[in-house]
Write a protein that binds this ligand. Sequence first.
Ligand code: C5P
Length: 232
Amino acid sequence: MTRAPIAVALDAPDLETAARWAQAVTPYVAVVKVGLELFCRTGPSVVDTVRGGSGVDLFLDLKLHDIPNTVAGAAKAVAGLKPTYLTVHASGGRDMVRAAVDAAPDVTIAAVTILTSLSQGVLDAVGLAGPPLDAVRRLATLAVDAGAGALVCSPQEVAAVRREVGDGIILITPGVRPVGADSQDQARVATPEQALADGADLLVIGRPITGAPDPGVAAAAIAASLPARLAD
Ligand code: C5P
């Protein structure tokens, strides 16, 4: 069976829970995502634990942002874990994104444009004036020019980002909620179908799956709801 283009966010409190969720969902989804909190708490061994024997792709969401030399060192250090995707902040600049790309040539570097948690007011306060979408498009272009093979953006921005960078760049969208699901703290959400129709390649979905009584059943249901053409 083809696995759906979904990255399940394993935002678990401990290794055992992450491993249980991963085992439940990997028959149905193409990717599992390990974020900063789980990685910091459990260490690099979490990667092999959640991957198990499933062959699922690993999304290491560390959102690196430092001087290029340091980011290169960190990217090289985690490249040995063989993640498929590793995130960095595009706002670290062209040289920093390029440093990650060069240090981990077998890993797709996914650049985060503007965090969806940052409001217009926060962006103004940090000196990023102008409409957030302008900054998103600028950062998307910068990151792609620096060699990033993927971008992380909100479902609301994905159509504009697709127009900006064209085909061939993997667009990853968090903030995805099936119809009727609780949006929780995600302010700007879209359904899986809408996000894919707007140009997303990979949907990051966490709590609608991991918070369900049976994460495997929830993952299977969302996967089955995707348009067949796009789920292939
Ligand atoms: O549970 P939920 O579906 O909201 O999980 C979304 C995941 O995507 C979380 O791991 C969150 O950290 C991540 N994320 C996000 N918004 C971004 C970047 C990453 O929600 N802009």
